[in-house]
Design a protein around this ligand. Sequence first.
Ligand code: MN
Length: 201
Amino acid sequence: MKYELPPLPYAYDALEPFIDKKTMELHHDKHHATYVAKLNEALEKEPACADTPIERLLESLDATPPSIRTAVRNHGGGHHNHSLFWHMLRPGKESNAPEGVLAEKIITTFGSFDSFKERFEKDALGIFGSGWAWLVKEQSGALKLVTTPNQDSPLMQGLMPVIGLDVWEHAYYLKHQNRRADYVTDFWKVANWKFAESLLK
Ligand code: MN
């Protein structure tokens, strides 16, 4: 099975003015496309792995053949992270917050939505170099915050992504330049809490 670049679930400019059209074009058409191409290239060398869903490969990375393990980690992780990430965003609105079960769970876990946001921001700004900040669900069902370096997936630690933010410079540098904090502030306007809630369930 060959992986394919999934289409963006909205127009390139749909997240303006928070995330700009040019960034979305490059991020999806170039960066994500490259992860897909390099993942396929690796799997061609190990046809036995080619029909295993990417989630399973990432969950049990130690079981993948050493010859492709790094490629699955980096490019498979990149493909899976970005496939989720596009859906974790949606056209922006000023007041944007989780509702229902997810809202309740965030408040129970972090005290309030604002204190959750504060801690997530601190994580996102604290990542040295490239990586992701995540709200994840543990096997027990509990929520927690984690960061992953490079394109590592939370699945590699047995954690289910609920919402995540790509803090590689390619995700924001054209618009926000060195101001990662402003990018995180803009992320709150376009975070897709409905999709996050569907992942929680
Ligand atoms: Mn990215």
